[in-house]
Write a protein that binds this ligand. Structure first.
Ligand SMILES: Nc1ncnc2c1ncn2[C@@H]1O[C@H](COP(=O)(O)OP(=O)(O)OP(=O)(O)O)[C@@H](O)[C@H]1O
Ligand SMILES: [Mg+2]
Length: 262
């Protein structure tokens, strides 16, 4: 009976309208994120990518429409069901979000203390394990200010995956990183997807990341306040006829031409 797992719809967004009061940010969003996919949310600054992520992780309620996790509506579910669904998600926010007054181990331990009944020794072991999975073994007792930006991003990932989530959501995980660190982070995200079998939802405008890891994605437009393209970014590059999508996905080409100019 089971279909190929990677084709199973995991998160379905139906006719979603997002608004702050009467100010609509995006309307009529419709897309499906399949299990095990790395789904990219794209679009210009201010179009509503972070807002969409907040709707997916239960921080902001839709003005209209639904967000379904494995067929169950997040916002129509009872509180305890909603919490059960969200417990299976791990998220990193734009701008980091590590607690500066806590060590890396304490940061990673936080969701474990909050959501499990594990004892302190087990929590410490698991926190250390998660930090080692992102290449931060030995840095348990460091504070965020004592490590580099790339390491902070990886510590954020370690915290997001502490509860072995089924869905990982990242808002601009590689923003501000140099190309090599950014590439390593992409590899790490691919590894996490493969080892956890998780579905990944990622906001990013980094073209290298988008093409390296994206299986599917959506392009939000600030002007029309709705989606103007859905699909595998590589297909959108070759097949989308929308000039905004083309401009976004081909930014690198102009830069390359400039770089090779005499
Ligand atoms: N708390 C808020 N109250 C009112 N408006 C908000 C709030 N948060 C965001 N907005 C507005 O919603 C719109 C979308 O913001 P959002 O942060 O989702 O954009 P974004 O696509 O993530 O941008 P960026 O690429 O710069 O991160 C913006 O116009 C912003 O001003
Ligand atoms: Mg944002």
């Amino acid at each position: 009976m089971p279909a190929a797992p990677e084709r199973d719809p995991h998160i379905v967004v139906e006719n979603l309208t997002m608004a702050f009061g009467t100010f609509v940010i995006q309307h009529d969003l419709n897309f499906t994120i399949n299990k095990g996919d790395i789904f990219i949310i794209m679009g210009g600054s201010g179009c509503g990518k972070s807002t969409l992520l907040r709707h997916l992780v239960g921080l902001q309620a839709p003005a209209a429409g639904r967000v379904l996790y494995s067929g169950e509506s997040l916002w129509d579910a009872e509180q305890d069901r909603r919490e059960a669904i969200l417990r299976k998600t791990g998220v990193t926010y734009q701008g980091g979000g590590l607690w500066s007054s806590m060590t890396l181990a304490e940061n990673v331990a936080l969701p474990l203390e909050q959501y499990t009944s594990l004892g302190s020794a087990e929590v410490a072991d698991l926190a250390a394990l998660n930090l080692s999975l992102v290449g931060l073994a030995g840095f348990e007792d460091y504070y965020p200010s004592q490590i580099s930006g790339g390491m902070q991003k990886r510590a954020g990932l370690a915290r997001a995956m502490a509860l072995s989530p089924e869905v990982l959501l990242f808002d601009e995980p590689s923003a501000g990183l140099d190309p090599i660190s950014s590439r390593l982070l992409d590899d790490l995200i691919l590894e996490l997807r493969d080892s956890l079998g998780a579905t990944v939802v990622m906001v990013t405008h980094e073209l290298a990341s988008i093409f390296a890891v994206g299986d599917n994605g959506i392009f939000l437009d600030a002007e029309s306040k709705s989606q103007i393209a859905v699909g595998d970014p590589r297909h959108l590059l070759s097949e989308s006829s929308d000039p905004k999508v083309q401009r976004f996905l081909r930014r690198g080409e102009a830069a390359k031409e400039l770089g090779s100019a005499p």
